[in-house]
Write a protein that binds this ligand. Structure first.
Ligand code: PHE
Length: 452
């Protein structure tokens, strides 16, 4: 390791490419390929996308910079990062929000990721033969309501476990180095396929031509929530990954590249999905089940349909696992550094917690569908509580903390690598973190909890 890497015995992402691949891997996930298309589809296409992109750049990048700063300056888990920067103050409590929310997200996310694994296996065995979206719906219900989802969730979590047990460099970095180029290659292949579909023009018009009459406050707020979820902000996930960056990693550049690549993947997912949707006259407003109920039926009608659907579900699987690895890492570093567990034991504990939550969520559609808390099944409750409450709250605390309570000189040192290159946007960054991000996040928070 280079002498400039002031990480002690702590793990580090060895190459710049590896650090970016892991960070983009965390950001690119079901949020881009599953959630983004249906959010755009139900919220007016192009108009939603304009707001989404504006929020990624105006608010997402500053909060990403704040998390990167806290991670690399302290080289700690989320809990330790707050404690080192503000010793004796209660800011570290925000770490608990991040750690518990990451386990809740891991639980429901693994269930959806388990479905992608199941759909992938059905594609390669030629069993994904839905002929229409009505059949797609009944098969989806059948597949998600029994005990089988538990098996797929467990299989997915096992894959997650084996990557994590390899550690930061040999597990996460190596897996990201291989899987991210494959992901981009599959995306490109599916995009090229879209350009030959008769619904191309209609699909692209829907995606890129903004219909401002569809803009409501709900659309704007969903775009902001989507931007934060997609960039993995608010839990300390990016903070944990930045604690593995080496000292030469330019934080500002990494933040901008991550946001650009993440947004590009979301738009490419739209280019893959909407021309297909319009080719067969399906409504783009199908909602959360768009990818599982509608797309297989569309792929089935294409020449070499099994190949396209296998590629698509493999893409979803890769995107999911690079994200779940990053969520798990939040609690693993916490257990290692604060509870003094070995990495192996921390990985086992975190995976078992994810497994318990995952089983509850996997059964939420069938055997446990009658058990509700605040009127929600486990799956919906975990999703609602983590995405709508913990994520904005964590993002707001981080932005207020870095914007107001961190020594400017420390910030400058991290963003200029001890003065070795300029970082002109520091004032703008601090201003945005201090005023604009907390206000905007507060508004999403009030809206998503139903207060406004
Ligand atoms: N960003 C991931 C996605 O788009 C989700 C995620 C949220 C990952 C929070 C880590 C932490 O799917």
């Amino acid at each position: 390791m280079s002498a400039k890497n002031n990480t002690g015995s702590r793990a580090v992402f060895v190459t710049r490419f590896g650090a970016l691949a892991a960070t983009v891997g965390s950001a690119v996930g079901l949020g881009n390929i599953w959630r983004f298309p249906y959010e755009a589809g139900t919220h007016g296409g192009g108009a939603f996308i304009i707001f989404y992109i504006a929020f990624v750049f105006m608010l997402g990048i500053p909060v990403l910079c704040a998390e990167f700063f806290m991670g690399r300056a302290t080289r700690s888990n989320v809990f330790g990062a707050y404690r080192k920067l503000a010793p004796g103050k209660p800011w570290y409590l925000a770490g608990y929000i991040g750690i518990s929310a990451s386990l809740l997200i891991l639980s429901f996310y693994s269930v959806v990721a388990g479905w992608t694994l199941e759909y992938f296996s059905m594609s390669i065995t030629g069993n994904l033969d839905f002929t229409g979206s009505a059949e797609g719906h009944s098969r989806f219900v059948e597949l998600t309501t029994g005990w089988m989802p538990v098996v797929w969730t467990v299989l997915f979590l096992l894959c997650n476990f084996f990557i994590l047990i390899g550690g930061v460099t040999k597990g996460i970095e190596r897996m990201s180095n291989i899987s991210m180029p494959i992901l981009f290659f599959i995306l490109l292949a599916l995009c090229i396929n879209s350009f030959f579909l008769p619904g191309l023009k209609e699909g692209l018009t829907f995606l890129f031509k903004p219909d401002f009459s569809k803009i409501t406050s709900g659309v704007i707020i969903s775009a902001l929530g989507q931007a934060f979820f997609s960039l993995s902000l608010g839990l300390g996930c990016m903070m944990t990954y930045a604690s593995y960056f080496n000292d030469r990693n330019r934080l500002g550049r990494t933040a901008v590249s991550t946001a650009l690549l993440d947004t590009m993947v979301a738009i490419l997912a739209g280019i893959i999905i909407f021309p297909a949707v319009f080719t067969y006259g399906v409504s783009p407003q199908a909602g959360p089940t768009l990818v599982f109920e509608v797309l297989p039926a569309i792929f089935y009608r294409l020449p070499a349909g099994d190949l396209w659907s296998a590629l698509f579900f493999l893409l979803l699987f890769i995107a999911s696992i690079t994200s779940t690895v990053s969520m798990s890492e939040i609690s693993i570093t916490y257990f290692c550094e604060e509870k003094k567990m070995s990495r192996r034991r921390a990985t086992v504990v975190s995976s078992l917690l994810g497994l318990c939550g995952g089983i509850l969520c996997a059964l939420s559609f069938g055997p446990l569908s009658d058990i509700t808390i605040f009127g929600m099944t486990f799956f919906n409750l975990f999703d609602y509580f983590s995405s709508n409450i913990c994520l904005p709250l964590g993002g707001m605390i981080c932005s207020i903390f870095v914007g107001n309570f961190v020594d400017r000189r420390l910030l400058r040192r991290q963003f200029t690598d001890d003065g070795s290159h300029p970082f002109k946007a520091l004032h703008l960054l601090v201003f945005t973190l201090r005023w604009i991000c907390p206000a905007a996040i507060f508004i999403i928070f009030l809206n998503s909890t139903g207060i406004i």
